[in-house]
Write a protein that binds this ligand. Structure first.
Ligand SMILES: *[C@@H]1O[C@H](CO)[C@@H](O)[C@H](O)[C@H]1NC(C)=O
Ligand SMILES: *[C@@H]1O[C@H](CO)[C@@H](O)[C@H](O)[C@H]1NC(C)=O
Ligand SMILES: *[C@@H]1O[C@H](CO)[C@@H](O)[C@H](O)[C@H]1NC(C)=O
Ligand SMILES: *[C@@H]1O[C@H](CO)[C@@H](O)[C@H](O)[C@H]1NC(C)=O
Ligand SMILES: *[C@@H]1O[C@H](CO)[C@@H](O)[C@H](O)[C@H]1NC(C)=O
Ligand SMILES: *[C@@H]1O[C@H](CO)[C@@H](O)[C@H](O)[C@H]1NC(C)=O
Ligand SMILES: *[C@@H]1O[C@H](CO)[C@@H](O)[C@H](O)[C@H]1NC(C)=O
Ligand SMILES: *[C@@H]1O[C@H](CO)[C@@H](O)[C@H](O)[C@H]1NC(C)=O
Ligand SMILES: *[C@@H]1O[C@H](CO)[C@@H](O)[C@H](O)[C@H]1NC(C)=O
Ligand SMILES: *[C@@H]1O[C@H](CO)[C@@H](O)[C@H](O)[C@H]1NC(C)=O
Length: 610
């Protein structure tokens, strides 16, 4: 790599605003600036020689066109329903304007970079380049510091503001890692306390009547302990056997050095799914993600997700991606900072794949306000690309009711981080992205809302039309007028979309059975049901479901028994009782939990929907 040591950029930030940009192409103008990040302490300047990998994101010239395609192929009432786009079609729509590519290339050349130094996305909507801090600072007229989080001891290299020369200012959407701090604990996995479980699985006892369940009842033990069998009974999927070879696949993402332990998976199968013994999944390392199979290195989140998603869909081929992102930056090692943006690294990987799994579940999230707006919007559009390609993307809705129950006392709970410290509910990203399906949590039999199930309204993303009727009806008819005024934005994207069981899941971890809860359990459960629906469609020579939400809200409107409507419970937080589960959609359990047999009938019908 060639690096320009002495390229000095004159900075007249104050003057720049008054000068037409084309006359002074090298004058830097402010691009992005954030207030002091919650919970992080600024230490000294970052070492000049430390290497970071800059991702430079260019504006997509045809995003609205891609969005239109996405909604047409995802709307069951549209003639193009199911006609998903190929990777080449998506990339053609995402290509930036040639002027942008040229301007950015010229700028990189002035800093001594050649084509060999940069990597580009297939659509050319971003370029990445590894640079020493000193060069990044001159390129963006900024100063990087080492920031430490006292609660976790974690360190990262970031800045709170950066500028770009006017020659590229309008041709770059953003550059990271700059202002992306995320939550001090990194992307938080959404599982709760883990406790040891008895060695033997629960014995069956007098069944509990649940009319929508398989045979109209569910084992009484399911009220205390959830197993694969409980979920199959509750969601009316007993006896459905998917194909192993119709092309259907399911994927689970792992971050934060969460390893899915193979020995634990076999113990789980021996406990709950003996016919799946000896079967496994495909492990894929993204960006250097590791796969430590030492028993003590097993991750709660990874084990839970893999055991339930793959256990419910066996023998459907499963993939587990381990994306690097956990090792903290050590100022002495001068290694690339892998912490920067793990979602983006995984998305780059999976979007370049010609045939990604049709159903993907992720149980991670961050408080929406901690994620820079430009970055959140770009990641959300990447989820939309997956939807346009025919992939259903599911996220857990989070475990803190309407608030942020971050146990770290140095962070502000339920307050805005914009400097005003206003009391407010804290929505979670990526669940708040309108192009993912957010899964909230239920508990007990018969099902009620889990009181930790996160839900509410995005402050960033507007309410998409597919949920307009359901959400207006909640706001106008269910929520008492004036409730929580100022704490949430009623015109934001509302979530969760749906829900599933989320507490007391019996799973294997470090060799023994444990119980775990959290919407972490709900997302792979709902994803497994979606994967079974995709299996039924593929076996029927129909395309996969792809982006689910327009279909789910339409089905709920027309087929009241396709979802089990959850009407009891609420999601307290921020010193309030939170929202209530109600008849119809609500910001605790969404449309409700799935009835697989009913949904399967609906989605395997040929011809016009309804
Ligand atoms: C299920 O468990 C809850 C809470 O533990 C209890 O209140 C309820 O009575 C139980 N339901 C049945 C049908 O046993
Ligand atoms: C798993 O492998 C073991 C040892 O090879 C074999 O005894 C057992 O029958 C296998 N179980 C299944 C379900 O394939
Ligand atoms: C960090 O990312 C780089 C690629 O940028 C990779 O080569 C390296 O192995 C990763 N390190 C760790 C510890 O994951
Ligand atoms: C795997 O995890 C174990 C337990 O956490 C640890 O002691 C070991 O160093 C790890 N191995 C590698 C190669 O990272
Ligand atoms: C902070 O509050 C003041 C006064 O209400 C308002 O003018 C300003 O826009 C607020 N700042 C932000 C970032 O919302
Ligand atoms: C949520 O429910 C659990 C168990 O039902 C209970 O122990 C806990 O106190 C509840 N939390 C809140 C905030 O109400
Ligand atoms: C509420 O959300 C909408 C849609 O995202 C946005 O346009 C509006 O500015 C937000 N209002 C406030 C007060 O944040
Ligand atoms: C709120 O007020 C509107 C009009 O004032 C009324 O139509 C609506 O029913 C009220 N909603 C509730 C839940 O009371
Ligand atoms: C929830 O339901 C209770 C009991 O009906 C009611 O008093 C309360 O106002 C409701 N809260 C919300 C936010 O809907
Ligand atoms: C649905 O249509 C496809 C393609 O035309 C056909 O192969 C399949 O047999 C049909 N399935 C049913 C259930 O009619």
């Amino acid at each position: 790599m060639k690096l320009s040591a002495a390229f000095v950029v004159l900075s007249f930030a104050a003057l720049a605003a008054a000068i037409p940009s084309h006359s002074y192409p090298h004058i830097h103008q402010l691009k992005e600036s954030i207030s002091s990040p919650d919970g992080w302490v600024q230490n000294g300047r970052a070492p000049r020689d430390a290497i970071i990998e800059l991702r430079i994101v260019l504006p997509q010239s045809n995003w609205e066109e891609l969005e239109r395609h996405l909604y047409e192929v995802s709307d069951p009432m549209h003639s193009r329903y199911g006609q998903h786009l190929s990777v080449d079609e998506v990339n053609a729509l995402l290509a930036p304007h040639q002027d942008s590519t040229t301007a950015v290339d010229e700028w990189l050349a002035t800093h001594g970079f050649t084509e060999a130094d940069v990597s580009r996305s297939p659509a050319k909507d971003w370029v990445k380049v590894k640079v020493p801090i000193s060069v990044a600072e001159s390129m963006m007229d900024t100063e990087y510091h080492v920031w430490t989080h006292p609660g976790t001891g974690k360190s990262i290299m970031r800045t709170t503001t950066y500028s770009l020369p006017s020659s590229v200012h309008g041709h770059i959407e953003f550059i990271q890692p700059t202002t992306l701090f995320s939550s001090p604990r990194g992307m938080a996995a959404s599982f709760r306390q883990v406790v040891a479980a008895p060695p033997d699985p629960p014995a069956n006892s007098t069944p509990i009547a649940v009319p929508s369940a398989y045979n109209g009842h569910v084992d009484a033990s399911c009220n205390e302990t959830i197993t694969l069998s409980c979920l199959q009974q509750l969601y009316n999927a007993v006896g459905y056997t998917p194909s192993a070879d119709n092309g259907n696949q399911i994927g689970i993402t792992g971050y934060l050095a969460q390893f899915a332990n193979l020995a634990d998976l076999q113990s789980f199968y021996a406990d709950q799914r003996p016919d799946a013994l000896n079967s496994s999944f495909t492990f894929v390392s993204v960006n250097g993600g590791l796969n430590n199979q030492t028993q003590e290195a097993a991750g709660v989140e990874a084990n839970l997700d893999v055991q339930y998603a793959f256990g419910l869909t066996h023998p459907t081929p499963g993939t587990f991606w381990s994306t690097a992102g956990s090792p903290p930056f050590t100022p002495d090692e001068l290694e690339p900072d892998n912490e920067s943006e793990p979602y983006a690294n995984w998305l780059d990987y999976v979007l370049s794949h010609p045939n990604p799994p049709q159903t993907i579940s992720t149980s991670y999230g961050d408080s929406e306000q901690t994620v820079p707006e430009s970055y959140a919007s770009s990641v959300c559009r990447q989820f939309a690309q997956l939807g346009a390609r025919g992939v259903s993307v599911l996220f857990s809705s989070g475990d803190f009711g309407v608030g942020d129950n971050d146990p770290d006392p140095s962070t502000t709970k339920c307050h805005s981080n914009d400097g005003n410290n206003t009391l407010k509910f804290l929505p979670i990203f990526p669940a708040s992205c309108p192009f993912v399906t957010a899964v909230g949590g239920t508990t007990q039999v018969p099902e009620i809302a889990a009181n930790f199930s996160e839900g509410g309204f995005s402050d960033r993303f507007a309410r998409p039309s597919y949920q307009n009727d359901a959400v207006s009806s909640y706001l106008n008819q269910k929520l008492p007028n004036g409730t929580y005024a100022g704490l949430y934005n009623s015109s934001g994207r509302a979530y969760p979309d749906v829900s599933a069981q989320s507490d007391n899941f019996r799973f294997f971890f470090t060799g023994t059975p444990h119980l775990v809860g959290g919407t972490s359990a709900a997302s792979p459960t709902f994803a497994a049901i979606v994967s079974l629906l995709n299996d039924a469609r593929l076996s029927n020579h129909m395309p996969p479901l792809g982006f689910l939400n327009p279909l789910l809200y339409k089905i709920a409107e027309q087929y009241p028994n396709a979802f089990n409507d959850i009407t009891v419970g609420n999601n307290p937080g921020c010193g309030t009782p939170g929202f209530n589960a109600t008849t119809g959609w609500d910001p605790v359990t969404g449309l409700g939990t799935p009835n697989f047999a009913v949904l399967k009938d609906i989605v395997t019908r040929n011809g016009t929907f309804a």
